[in-house]
Design a protein around this ligand. Structure first.
Ligand code: PAF
Length: 281
C-alpha cells in the first residue's frame, strides 16, 4: 500500500485503517533512532501512523524552534522505506486553534531535572501528545528511552487521565562511538562531536558502579575532566517512574541522566543502571 500523507484532521480521519493502530510521534528529521521506533510499532500493529510536527509549545523563547531541522522529503522517504502506512504532518494552524486556552500541565514531575532547565517544556509535550492521541486514536504509542523523562511523563499522563493506550519505550540507538542519536547532532561540528562524547562516557562510567554514591561520583569525574566547551546543566540519578533523586539506600533500576550544552547545541542522554544487591541476582 502507498504511503498516505495527511495534512489535517479530516485527511487523517479518512486514512484510519482497520485493526490495531500504532502511533510514532516525531518532530521529523528522522534518523536511525526513529527507524527503530517505527520497526517496533510495525511488529505490533496493523497500521503504523508517524506524526511529523515541530511543536512550538514545547520550545522556550530562547530555544531552537525556528532553526530546528526540517527535512520533510527525506522523512517521507524514510517512512516509505520502513513500511509506514500514514504520515500525519499538520501545520501549526491545523493543529492549534488561534484562541486555544487549555493545556495539559505536567505537575511537579514536569518541573524537575530537565523540566527545571526548560520551564513549560513538558506541558507543551504532553499537550501535543494528548492531541495526537485524540486525533489518531492509537492502540499503541511508541517513544524513545532517549527522552526518558518525557517517556515517564507520558506514562503518568496515560495513567492519571485513564487513556486507553499502551505505551512502549524503545532503547536509545547510538553511534559506534557511543553518541546517542539525536536530530540535534547535525548542529555539531567535528570538534563539538568529540566534546559531546563525554556525555555517553560519563554515563558508561556511572552505570558500571553499583551504589548511588559510586554511580554519581564515577559519572561526575568524567564530566569534570571533559573539555571546557562542555557546559553541564545537570547530572541526575533518579527513580525511572518519578524522576526524583534516588536515596543512597536505593535498590533497583534507576536512570542516570545528563544534559549539557556543546557550543550552542543542547544535548541530553541517559542510561538505566541497576543498583544494589539485585544487580548480581
Ligand atoms: O520526542 C519528540 O520528538 C517530541 O517531544 C514529541 C513526543 C514528538 C512531541 O512533540
Amino acid at each position: 500500500m502507498d504511503l498516505i500523507v495527511a495534512g489535517d484532521r479530516s485527511e487523517l480521519a479518512k486514512a484510519r485503517g482497520e485493526g490495531r493502530v500504532a502511533l510514532v510521534p516525531t518532530m521529523g528529521a528522522l534518523h536511525e533512532g526513529h527507524r527503530s521506533l517505527i520497526r517496533a510499532a510495525r511488529g505490533r500493529a496493523d497500521q503504523v501512523v508517524v506524526s511529523v510536527f515541530v511543536n512550538p509549545l514545547q520550545f522556550g523563547p530562547n530555544e531552537d524552534f525556528s532553526r530546528y531541522p526540517r527535512t520533510f522529503d527525506a522523512d517521507l522517504e524514510t517512512c516509505r522505506a520502513e513500511g509506514v502506512d500514514v504520515v500525519f504532518a499538520p501545520s501549526v494552524e491545523a493543529m492549534y486553534q488561534p484562541d486555544r486556552q487549555v493545556e495539559v500541565t505536567s505537575g511537579r514531575m514536569g518541573t524537575i531535572v530537565e523540566g527545571a532547565c526548560r520551564p513549560g517544556h513538558f506541558d507543551g509535550v504532553l499537550t501535543v501528545v494528548l492531541k495526537l492521541f485524540n486525533l489518531v486514536r492509537p492502540d499503541l504509542a511508541v517513544f524513545g528511552q532517549k527522552d526518558a523523562q518525557q517517556l515517564a511523563l507520558i506514562r503518568r499522563m496515560v495513567a492519571d487521565l485513564d487513556l486507553p493506550i499502551e505505551i512502549l519505550g524503545v532503547p536509545t540507538v547510538r553511534e559506534p562511538d557511543g553518541l546517542a542519536l539525536s536530530s540535534r547532532n547535525r548542529y555539531l561540528s567535528a570538534g563539538d562531536r568529540q566534546v559531546a562524547l563525554s556525555l555517553s562516557r560519563a554515563l558508561l562510567a556511572g552505570v558500571a558502579r553499583s551504589t548511588p554514591a559510586e554511580v554519581r561520583a564515577a559519572a561526575r569525574a568524567v564530566l569534570d575532566d571533559a573539555p571546557a566547551e562542555l557546559a553541564v546543566d545537570y547530572l541526575a540519578l533518579v527513580d525511572p517512574a518519578t524522576f526524583t533523586e534516588v536515596p543512597d539506600s536505593y535498590d533497583g533500576e534507576a536512570v542516570l541522566a545528563v544534559a549539557a550544552k556543546v557550543g550552542t547545541t543542547r544535548l541530553i542522554d541517559n542510561m538505566i543502571v541497576t543498583l544494589g544487591p539485585r544487580r548480581s541476582a
